[in-house]
Design a protein around this ligand. Structure first.
Ligand SMILES: [Zn+2]
Length: 271
């Protein structure tokens, strides 16, 4: 699933590619992914101009000049692609928004869990975004982070991935940050020492920034808004490296399931 660095990369692409463009039409072959309905969305967005792109957690927010907003969640396999009109259909293309510069904003999604949702006003947007915890690269302070960990006895990795507690961290970057901080993913969050908490706080910032610098991880479906792969998968520290040597101590990296998700760690370094 695209996480903060992947969605942030798409956000920055879209800022460059679709801001100030007018929406001419929207169509879909997967009606349930346009919410609340294609008809309502059509009526609200056709003719409006895109004024700003934002990201909160793993959600992309497209602001329009008529006060309405489109939010996009890529979920497991979603892609947002900007293509020239008339170019061949993308794989798993579900929704197309025609723009006034001979381009199309395409939403492609193999698994069809993703969605494009109309938000009618500021209040509704605030309600949607209030579900998420602080952003790790902006409003998450060390004090707040410490407080979040101290309040949960669940495994630290599960707490890091809980969007209500901290926004944007998913399986890849949780694994990577815990490796950097040398913390076993199964440890109860409230048993992490202050010193470790400090290391983990810094590790989260480091891996997310690396993810953004490499334009995301394309180990599975993720592509940027121009259909290009990211490169962070070439720099994985621990993720998907089971059976290989730890980069620090040469012990064999282990893989377990934690909360149903593949979890990778060095049994020697991560205590
Ligand atoms: Zn190790």
């Amino acid at each position: 699933m695209p996480e903060l660095p992947e969605v942030e990369t798409i956000k920055r692409d879209l800022e460059r590619l679709i801001v100030n463009r007018k929406i001419l039409a929207i169509r879909t072959n997967s009606a349930k992914q346009v919410q609340p309905s294609l008809k309502i969305v059509q009526k609200a967005i056709v003719g409006a101009k895109i004024t700003k792109i934002d990201r909160r957690a793993k959600i992309l927010i497209i602001f329009l000049d008529n006060g309405k907003t489109l939010t996009v969640h890529l979920k497991l396999t979603g892609r947002l692609l900007v293509r020239k009109r008339g170019t061949p259909k993308d794989n798993w293309q579900r929704i197309v928004i025609d723009l006034d510069n001979n381009k199309e904003l395409r939403f492609a999604d193999l698994r069809k869990f993703g969605w494009v949702r109309l938000i009618k006003n500021k209040k509704e947007l605030e309600n949607l975004l209030a579900e998420f915890g602080p952003e790790p690269l902006s409003d998450l302070t060390f004090e707040k982070f410490k407080e979040i960990l101290s309040k949960s006895g669940r495994p630290i990795k599960i707490v890091l991935m809980d969007q209500k507690k901290i926004a944007g961290i998913g399986n890849i970057y949780a694994n990577e940050a815990l490796f950097l901080a040398k913390i076993n993913p199964c440890r109860p969050a409230n048993k992490i020492t202050d010193k470790e908490t400090k290391k983990l706080f810094q590790a989260i910032e480091k891996v997310l920034k690396a993810g953004i610098r490499y334009r995301g991880a394309s180990d599975q479906y993720y592509l940027d808004a121009l259909g290009r792969k990211g490169a962070y998968q070439e720099h994985f520290l621990i993720y998907r490296r089971e059976g290989k040597k730890c980069l620090d101590c040469e012990a064999k990296i282990k893989k377990i399931k934690l909360g149903g998700r593949g979890t990778f760690f060095c049994p020697h370094c991560q205590k």
